[in-house]
Design a protein around this ligand. Structure first.
Ligand code: NI
Length: 170
């Protein structure tokens, strides 16, 4: 089921999410709603809080690993994901977010990371990558700790964006 995407500055996006204790029907149905929403609105990843559920779950397009634009998207569910930095050298990617309308910005993050999680069968999964793929893993997992990519941009850029959002809300 398609769900509305929570938009910044909704305070839900700044909350710390709860680990998933058990993979039950509720978790499976949440994964389906996240996927339906992501496919409908379009994107490379989504985190549960973006549809208003404070659970540690993300979906990432793992076809990004191949760095080829013509590949079909391949969405995987990651439950309780944990990021490990494999190469801390800063790397910059142009990021955007379904919850942060009308903004893309360069964000510096560690160049290469691993993500360890569980899949929907409860089996451990491990992916690693760099570039846009690595940035995507970090971006989505950040959501579970109430962090958005705009928390990584310069103070000036952030202030300009906040000002614009305030104006739009009036
Ligand atoms: Ni995002």
């Amino acid at each position: 089921m398609l769900r509305p995407v929570v938009q910044y500055p909704d305070p839900v996006l700044a909350k710390i999410c709860e680990p998933v204790a058990e993979i039950d029907d509720e978790v499976r149905s949440l994964a389906k709603d996240m996927l339906d929403t992501l496919v409908t609105v379009g994107g490379v990843g989504i985190a549960a809080p973006q549809i208003g559920v404070l659970k540690r779950m993300v979906i990432i397009d793992v076809s990004l690993e191949k760095e080829q634009d013509d590949l079909p998207q391949d969405f995987r569910v990651f439950i309780n994901p944990v990021i490990t930095v494999l190469d801390p050298k800063p790397h910059e990617e142009n990021e955007g977010c379904l919850s942060v309308p009308d903004l893309r910005a360069k964000v510096k993050r560690p160049r290469r990371v691993a993500l360890d999680a569980m899949d929907l069968e409860g089996k451990p999964v491990h992916i690693e990558g760099e570039g846009y793929y690595g940035a995507c893993m970090q971006h989505e997992t950040d959501h579970l700790d109430g962090k958005l990519f705009i928390d990584h941009i310069s103070f000036l850029k952030r202030s300009l964006y906040d000002k614009k959002m305030k104006k739009n809300r009036k």
